[in-house]
Design a protein around this ligand. Structure first.
Ligand code: OSB
Ligand code: MG
Length: 369
């Protein structure tokens, strides 16, 4: 693949609905998009780093700096055979996985166009449709939450995940279970609890949750293993899993029974597929997480979710849940059965709305070969 240029741009896009987690409130997103130009083709990647280093230590600004000063130049100088070449090209740079993923995923996007195959097929996808759940943020009141859940269930979503934190946990689960005893329900603590909360967490078994996502420290395996021993409910790790070795360690230590794979968190499609594979070999189901992506990252998540061991509903949902208008065409839609159809056309399967992206751009930079 001959890469002629890498274009970086920041777009600013307000969320259609504010999203609150245990680590903070997001009302608008600053998003770094990378565009790779290669012999008349254009491929795209989205960096999922947030504005603040609250979910991970990266931010849009650190990612921009790393792509500009280290990763972009390495990619432009390298002999890039395919998307899978990227980890070796970036190997010398430690960390900065979200920055690496933005570039690597754009290279896979390019490779799928050059080979004229759907991106999902290139990644090893086997599913025609993916199962969708929703992640519902902390709401202004329990009544708001109940309305939101009712809306998402009516839309067909197969799993409801509740963001939780101290004060927005047991009483909320209680209320939701009273109204909907049988829905597939999970929660995500984003690392807010500690071992002093252990006796409280053990009580959550009575809510029959599909999983509790990342209850403890963002970088922990050991204490999650101790907690898992005390729970009937499965722990799912998100933040803790940075790569394939982490997945192996977490599975071996029994720190979790389910893994959330986010392609940005793990540094790109190559590592995401490697995690998918080791989990599959060990009968650990995975699902695809979300990071409030635009349609570019969303289309990449759809392609990844088509791999066989993505056997639980993911957090990949309709564009309209995030944006009044997405930056791709068509918008991502979900059927009344709670499924997204995996595109069968060449590449990511969604056109980028270039004019719209231009009008949203607040910063740009081009790196030339
Ligand atoms: O932990 O899964 C998470 C959003 C931002 C940061 C972290 C997380 C999330 C979500 C939303 O849960 C998933 C989505 O709907 O994109
Ligand atoms: Mg999570």
């Amino acid at each position: 693949l001959n890469i002629d240029a890498i274009h970086l741009r920041e777009i600013n896009l307000p969320l259609a609905h504010p999203f609150e987690t245990s680590f903070g409130l997001t009302t608008s997103r600053r998003i770094l998009l990378v565009e790779i130009e290669s012999e008349g083709l254009t491929a795209w990647g989205e960096c999922v780093a947030g504005e603040h280093p609250f979910f991970s230590d990266e931010t849009i600004d650190t990612a921009w700096l790393l792509i500009e000063s280290e990763l972009g130049p390495r990619l432009l100088e390298a002999d890039v055979e395919c998307g899978g070449s990227c980890p070796a090209i970036f190997h010398q740079v430690r960390g900065h996985r979200m920055a690496k993923a933005a570039l690597e995923n754009a290279v896979w996007d390019l490779e799928s166009q050059v080979k004229r195959v759907p991106l999902a097929k290139l990644l090893g996808g086997t599913r025609d449709v993916i199962s969708c759940g929703v992640s519902i943020g902390i709401q202004p009141s329990p009544a708001h939450l109940m309305d939101k859940i009712a809306t998402e269930l009516a839309a067909g979503y197969q799993r409801i995940k509740l963001k939780c934190k101290p004060g927005w946990d047991v009483s909320i689960f209680e209320a939701v279970r009273n109204r909907w005893p049988d829905i597939t329900l999970s929660c995500d603590a984003n690392s807010v609890y500690r071992m002093k909360d252990l006796e409280d967490l053990v009580e959550w078994d009575r809510f029959n949750l599909l999983m509790i996502e990342q209850p403890l420290w963002y970088d922990d395996f050991y204490f999650h293993a101790m907690l898992q021993k005390r729970l009937l409910t499965s722990i799912c790790l998100d933040e803790s899993i940075r790569n394939r070795r982490d997945a192996l360690a977490a599975i071996a230590m029994e720190s979790c029974r389910i893994i959330n794979i986010k392609v940005g968190r793990v540094g790109g499609f190559s590592e995401a597929i490697a995690i998918h594979n080791v989990a599959e070999e060990r009968a650990i189901p995975v699902w695809c997480g979300g990071m409030l992506e635009t349609g570019i990252g969303r289309s990449h998540n759809i392609a990844l979710s088509s791999l066989p061991n993505f056997s639980l509903p993911g957090d990949v949902s309709a564009s309209s849940r995030y944006w009044t208008e997405d930056i791709i065409e068509p918008q991502v839609t979900v059927s009344e059965r709670g499924e997204i159809t995996v595109p069968t056309t060449i590449g990511r399967g969604f056109e980028v709305q270039r004019d719209r992206i231009e009008s949203l751009t607040v910063r740009r930079q081009t790196l030339h070969a």
